[in-house]
Design a binder for this molecule. Structure first.
Ligand code: NAG
Ligand code: NAG
Ligand code: NAG
Ligand code: NAG
Ligand code: NAG
Ligand code: NAG
Ligand code: NAG
Ligand code: NAG
Ligand code: NAG
Ligand code: NAG
Ligand code: NAG
Length: 713
């Protein structure tokens, strides 16, 4: 057996060797017209097979063009291309391939195993020149070929390129520099028509000879050539010198083309002049044939930004409005909303009216006419055309989409999309802030426009007002028919029909009988974190509201002072107005901080400082024992108020482990929780089990049920 194995091994090696020698020669392909040798052997990967993605995610294709695959395909040798589908392999290309080499095109065609009863697999690889594809090139699969048994690929590489001529593409003049090299193509050419009626085309490249390929079989030094209706190629000029400036005009001259056959012309050979016209906004343009066909002097003109001086291009770029970005003129900070583009967003108003919009660009569907930025989905009314001209105002950047469909007032509909700095943790969706018959305003809180986010916690991190922040509604204080709308550390949530300044955190208005508001006054923007005053009370200040009526040099501001009141979260109260400042007070447990408490029988906890008392005995009345189960399936039992028989001297237990006896009671008013901490439970490795129960007040849940927060390991 042993010997047989060894023999077999040698046999395979022999066959492989012969095969390699045979096969490499077909990969040296000679182009017949200009006798260019393409040595595709260089595309062989001697280390491993080349792998490319197949059409589906579960498919991949292994390839060697000029030698057998290094690895077997479906356990067999002799393939150049192998399709892997999940765990299965199919030999879709056997060696050697058939090579078609004519009219400047080189195709490798492989035939493989049976695909179905009628056909075998077939792989066609088109070899294309790309002077920039130097190392480790791979073929690319052209997707969705119509026939299921056929695969088409394009392999771009420098190996498929012939000799070339290149020229320096820069020129300087009176301190101006010009660089046409951005126009140079390395795997393709510019093709333009010679006049409207003739089927002839002019093929050209810039500062580089024409790329030789199917349909562009120009001579190797030719920078421009003509293909006539009989598919003959006439050289219109070789790549010679650098661009020149002639009479203030940037030009390229390709000279020494084919012999001029017009006997009435003095010139002996054909030449071409390309004259460039600087246009800072001309991108992706093509040259145009002007005249000269008869005179053996072809003249082309090309309007392009590439022909502008490097200096003018730089200035132009600096002055161009940045798209979907704006700079705060005060702080010089730039906001870029590019990341919000290319997505659809929706806003809904009552009675199911839905608007759809995009940021800085048009919607892609056809509900509204194309080129619409905001669309009323219900009936396809355009509410404005998009632009990326982000504008600046105090509260944040905004877009004004104008020129929508005609409205009843004879004017075009428009939409304002306004961005304000949002809370760090929450993800906001856009909402409608104001709605008028012919225009409306979308309000969008986002982190992208936060210059200086207001932290809602005092600098010493002691008092955190975050629990008072309200995303969906504001605190409303009514005094003498006036209403104050207030939020904490953040802009007001949108209020129907109330047009408080966008981004302001407090606002005063008078409600009229028909649900409208008048005398709307901005009481300030949230610009600073809360501070502790000299009496150690928390204060919050809003600045830069509406102009102060008593002093036109000042703007209205608001001062909110928070007092500890353990009983509830509370409400702001209006106190006074003086010195262009509205003063509010707010009694709330949030600023009380944490206070220890004590336990008394049967089930009462009491705050030692404020004598705030909670009776927990309902926990026992409804269910003697409460249970929670961990993800691992362990069941924990809680018997906080009952006698300790259930858990043998403990309030919390799991199996035979008890999780300690009550050690501390903490009333944390700032976080709005009460904590019962248990310690000295049964032995756990080298220490003992401990536990903590947190109570969160919620008036809607009754006695509620315990949830397991976490279990330490
Ligand atoms: C083709 O390339 C291979 C590998 O680089 C080399 O061994 C071979 O000599 C080349 N053939 C010709 C004709 O230059
Ligand atoms: C591979 O994926 C395609 C689509 O993702 C699926 O249609 C095909 O059945 C899959 N092939 C196998 C063999 O699972
Ligand atoms: C082109 O010529 C200029 C001036 O002689 C030189 O500074 C530049 O490096 C050259 N560029 C190339 C690509 O050779
Ligand atoms: C903002 O930029 C302008 C122009 O560059 C400059 O004059 C101004 O001093 C800058 N302002 C700040 C606050 O940096
Ligand atoms: C579309 O609906 C809006 C709001 O309901 C209405 O104002 C507008 O007139 C409607 N437009 C058309 C063309 O029906
Ligand atoms: C938005 O554009 C409309 C239409 O041109 C104009 O009437 C309105 O004042 C603009 N609004 C803002 C805030 O720029
Ligand atoms: C409410 O009315 C009283 C008495 O007229 C007045 O002193 C007070 O300033 C008013 N408050 C507000 C907020 O206007
Ligand atoms: C409001 O607060 C600011 C900042 O602490 C303070 O300078 C100002 O005096 C206060 N205004 C009033 C009327 O209390
Ligand atoms: C912990 O429990 C053990 C036995 O249950 C007891 O002897 C010990 O005194 C307790 N320690 C504390 C600090 O309560
Ligand atoms: C108990 O074990 C932990 C981790 O294994 C170790 O860090 C700690 O020092 C130990 N404590 C005692 C009292 O041995
Ligand atoms: C109260 O509990 C309900 C139900 O679990 C929950 O939806 C709600 O957010 C809770 N309210 C507060 C203020 O935590």
């Amino acid at each position: 057996m042993c010997k047989l194995n060894i023999l077999l091994f040698f046999h395979i090696l022999l066959v492989t060797t012969i095969f390699t020698v045979n096969s490499s020669s077909y990969c040296e392909v000679r182009e017949p017209k200009f006798n260019i040798l393409y040595n595709f052997t260089k595309l062989t990967n001697v280390v491993e097979d080349i792998v490319i993605n197949g059409e589906h995610a579960n498919e991949s294709i292994r390839i060697q063009l000029c030698s057998p695959l290094k690895g077997k395909c479906d356990g067999r040798d002799g393939y150049g291309i192998c399709l892997g589908k999940d765990k299965k392999e199919i030999g879709i290309g056997k060696l050697p391939p058939k090579i078609v080499n004519k009219l400047g095109e080189i195709l490798f065609t492989f035939t493989g195993d049976d695909c179905n009863v009628n056909a075998k697999y077939k792989v066609t690889i088109q070899m294309k020149c790309d002077y920039l594809a130097v190392n480790n090139t791979k073929p690319e699969l052209s997707l969705s070929t119509e026939k299921p048994c056929n695969f088409n690929m394009v392999w771009k590489s420098i190996v498929a390129c012939g000799p070339r001529v290149q020229q320096n593409c820069t020129v300087s003049d009176h301190g101006n520099h010009y660089d046409l090299s951005t126009l140079t193509k390395y795997s393709d050419n510019y093709v333009i028509r010679l006049g409207d009626k003739k089927p002839s085309v002019i093929i050209l490249n810039i500062c580089h000879s024409v790329i030789f390929q199917g349909g562009a079989m120009c001579q190797s030094k030719s920078g421009v050539c003509l293909r006539n209706f009989e598919d003959e190629y006439i050289n219109l000029g070789d790549v010679q010198g650098t661009p020149i400036l002639k009479n203030n005009e940037l030009q390229i001259e390709y000279t020494e083309g084919a012999i001029c056959k017009n006997k009435n012309i003095a010139a002996t050979d054909i030449k071409t002049t390309i004259s460039f016209v600087c246009d800072l906004n001309a991108m992706d343009t093509l040259p145009v044939y002007v005249k000269g066909n008869e005179e053996c002097h072809y003249q082309l003109t090309w309007r392009t930004a590439a022909a502008c001086s490097v200096e003018s291009l730089r200035t132009h770029r600096l002055n161009k409005p940045t798209t979907c970005a704006v700079t705060n003129p005060v702080s010089n900070l730039t906001y870029d909303l590019q990341s919000l583009t290319n997505k659809d967003y929706y806003v809904m108003v009552l009675d199911n009216v839905q608007y759809k919009f995009r940021v800085c660009g048009p919607l892609m569907d056809k509900i509204c006419n194309s080129g619409t930025g905001v669309c009323l989905v219900n009936n396809g009314t355009s509410m404005g055309k998009p632009n990326s001209n982000l504008m600046w105002k105090e509260s944040g950047p905004y877009l004004n989409y104008t020129n929508g469909d005609l409205c009843s007032n004879g004017q075009r509909r428009y939409t304002i999309i306004s961005f304000v700095c949002g809370n760090e943790v929450k993800l906001y969706t856009p909402v409608i802030m104001e709605e008028h018959p012919c225009w409306f305003m979308i309000h969008w809180q986002t982190n992208l426009v936060c210059e200086k986010r207001v932290k809602c916690i005092t600098a010493n991190n002691e008092i955190d007002l975050t629990p008072l922040m309200n995303e969906t509604s504001n605190y409303v204080v009514k005094v003498n028919g006036s209403e104050f709308h207030i939020n904490v550390c953040q802009p007001l949530a949108p209020i129907s029909y109330l047009m408080c300044a966008h981004g302001s955190a407090a606002c005063k208005a008078t409600a009229t009988t028909n649900n409208q508001f008048v005398n709307v006054t901005n009481l300030g923007f949230p610009k600073d974190r809360p501070v502790l005053n000299k009496d150690q009370q928390v204060e919050l200040h809003y600045f830069d509201g509406s102009p102060c009526p008593e002093d036109s040099n000042k703007k209205i501001s608001s001062n909110l002072t928070f007092f500890c009141d353990p009983n509830n979260k509370g409400q702001p109260e209006y106190k006074s107005y003086a010195n262009c400042t509205y003063i509010f007070e707010w009694k709330t447990s949030i600023t009380c901080g944490a206070v220890t408490g004590e336990w008394s029988s049967p089930c009462i906890i009491k705050d030692r400082l404020l004598s705030h008392e909670c009776d927990l005995s309902l926990l026992y009345v409804e269910h003697e024992v409460h249970h929670v189960t961990s993800k691992q399936g362990k069941q924990y039992s809680l018997n906080l108020c009952g006698d300790k028989k259930y858990c043998t001297d403990s309030a919390i237990c799991q199996g035979t482990n008890n999780y300690g006896s009550l050690a501390t009671v903490i009333f944390d008013y700032n976080k709005d929780v009460i904590k019962l901490q248990y310690s000295n439970g049964s032995k756990c490795t080298n220490s003992s089990y401990t536990s903590e129960v947190r109570f969160i007040c919620n008036e809607t849940v009754g006695v509620g049920v315990p949830n397991l927060l976490w279990v330490s390991t």
